[in-house]
Design a protein. Sequence first.
Length: 166
Amino acid sequence: MGHKTPLANYIRRHTTSKIRNPEKKKARVIDSLKDIIKDVDRYGMRMGIENHWGVSSRPEDIMEIINVINSPRLGTCPDFGNFSKDVNPFKGLGMMASKAVIVHAKCYGFNNDWKDKKVQFDRCLKIFQKAGYNGPVTIEYEGKGDDLKNCSIARELILNVFRGKN
């Protein structure tokens, strides 16, 4: 999966959570966020929960947490490439799009026809365009080859979709 640090990989393989029940894990996250959101509000920041691993691996759980916290300062940080095999990425992105505060447009490299090798990049972007998203979109490149070239292609695809050219 790209450029994970060896330490993060080690921790994930060799440690376990002290809380095994997924509902208890969610409750712990909610309790923590209730405290954190006070500072987020006080400083006028925004915060997003990225679909990643653990409690945030399922879009339904992310949305439940956000709805319980019920703060305009807490949203999602959808990442195109961070879905487990049992989650439909388009459904997941669709669930998170309306609450997105930032989007990680993850890509892995492009073919000659500007199609990403792993992700239906343009389809993912169109989900956010349809949802009326107009916030920041970061390019997260995890492929081989020329990073700058592939990030430039990703940038053009993002601009084309949001300008209605694709």
